[in-house]
Design a binder for this molecule. Structure first.
Ligand code: RNT
Ligand code: ZN
Length: 419
């Protein structure tokens, strides 16, 4: 039996098993095909960017590892993204940080950046069938310190307000160019190592800064605000906590970004989805993997990810949830890290799409809780992987572990030669 015949016959068996539960596997595949992930550009180069090569990463985030092959310039980064995409089924987006502008060797400070610095990215993305998302960058800059948009020093605060306003303008131009809104994520690291004597003061300042930043209405970009529990060196207090942004988002109609690494480890991010859907316009996700803390490990197919995907599907909210990835691992092949995380996310959504939700909900409505629990247990060993293989086959991307060899070869020929 050829590999292809084996995949097809396993798929046939799986289809019948799922059909018996009232699940149409082809419908699940069609839905998965439409899910666009937003790949984070910063896994390719350890969040360095092209602004001041070799500068240190600040803002309470950290990349560990020194695996060879980091993308050193815009061409290498683009090549790596395309390589990773070739192992990921479907059409996806790319999320850029401001420090990844095409600055042509010029020094462009954060309060001087303009859409022209992203023109080549827009063209490149269009040529490669990708859409762009954007992020303002408050870290790794002489004015970053511990406080940016919440800084009591007006000169510094205004500098970051100007930066963020310009980033919204850039996002708007991206959105127009690609005829699809660019999601702009706003995350600032503002916080302190010890508990401040006045917590309210900085939150008031952050609120004022946001009001000023958002005062310009735009049509082709969407604002997202990302909360965090703590940063490294900023452990005791985060100005933009979850309560802060949830309150702001609900009151002012802004999208809250849920980074799955930004909560207490036993807190369920999946459980937040249905509440946000009721009180905020849409949801932006940063799919990540915390180990003990916001460690930004490569996303894998674990219970947290599956819970999150299931919740989004159960809420029928795919059209209101934007799925971005956010992690950075410099200890393994960086292209491989993208592929693992993206494929894991797709696998989680596939399993969620294969859930016989009508049956589970019927059991629940009838108070048949044994049956509901038993069915959920049985679903864990249903042949979803046969559907996954078919999805990969249909999309002409490697099935199973076949992508490992391709990434090894790219490492041998390309990334290992970078010093
Ligand atoms: C940091 C946030 C933020 C960054 C990126 C680089 O904890 O998660 O989203 O990871 O913007
Ligand atoms: Zn994040």
């Amino acid at each position: 039996m050829t590999k292809e015949t084996a995949i097809k016959s396993a798929f046939q068996v799986a289809s019948e098993k799922y059909a018996a539960l009232g699940v149409d596997v082809n419908k699940a595949i069609d839905s998965l095909q439409k899910i666009a992930l937003s790949l984070h550009c910063w896994q390719a180069d350890d969040v360095t960017g092209f602004e001041n090569q070799g500068g240190t990463l600040t803002g309470g985030i950290q990349v560990t590892g020194n695996y060879p092959g980091r993308a050193r310039n815009i061409d290498e980064l683009r090549a790596d993204i395309l390589k990773a995409s070739s192992y990921i089924a479907g059409n996806h987006r790319l999320s850029l940080h401001e420090i990844y502008g095409d600055f042509q060797g010029k020094v462009v400070d954060r309060d001087e950046v303009e859409p022209v610095h992203f023109q080549s990215w827009m063209q490149w993305a269009k040529e490669n069938g990708m859409k762009l998302d954007f992020n303002s960058t408050s870290f790794s800059h002489p004015k970053s310190g511990d406080l940016t948009l919440a800084n009591p020093d007006n000169e510094i605060r205004n500098f970051w307000i100007e930066h963020t306003k310009r980033c919204r303008w850039i996002s708007e131009e991206m959105g127009k160019y690609q005829e699809d809104p660019a999601m702009m994520n706003l995350w600032v690291h503002d916080g302190s190592k010890e508990v401040p004597a006045n917590r309210l003061k900085y939150r008031r300042l952050l609120e004022q800064s946001l009001d000023e930043i958002f005062s310009t209405p735009y049509n082709y970009m969407k604002d997202c605000i990302e909360a965090k529990l703590f940063g490294i060196g900023l452990e005791s207090y985060t100005v933009g906590s979850y309560d802060f942004y949830l309150g702001y988002g609900a009151k002012k109609g802004k999208i809250v970004t849920l980074d799955t690494g930004h909560f207490h480890l036993t807190e369920s991010v999946a459980d937040k989805v249905s509440s946000l859907l009721l009180f905020t316009p849409e949801i932006m996700l940063h799919v990540s993997r915390p180990i003990r803390w916001d460690s930004d490990h490569v996303v894998i197919l674990n219970d947290d990810l599956m819970d999150l995907a299931r919740e989004i599907i159960r809420c029928e909210a795919l059209d209101r949830v934007h799925i971005g990835l956010d992690y950075f691992d410099a200890t393994i092949n960086r292209i491989g890290a993208y592929v693992i995380g993206c494929r894991a996310t797709q696998k989680a959504f596939l399993q969620a799409l294969l859930e016989p939700s009508a049956l589970l909900q019927q059991y629940e409505a009838e108070g048949k809780y044994f049956e509901r629990l038993a069915m959920q247990e049985e679903l864990k060993s249903m042949p979803w992987n046969a559907v996954w293989d078919m999805f990969c086959l249909q999309n002409n991307v490697p099935v199973g572990d076949d992508y490992i060899a391709g990434i090894q070869q790219y490492e041998k020929e390309v990334t290992s030669k970078r010093n």
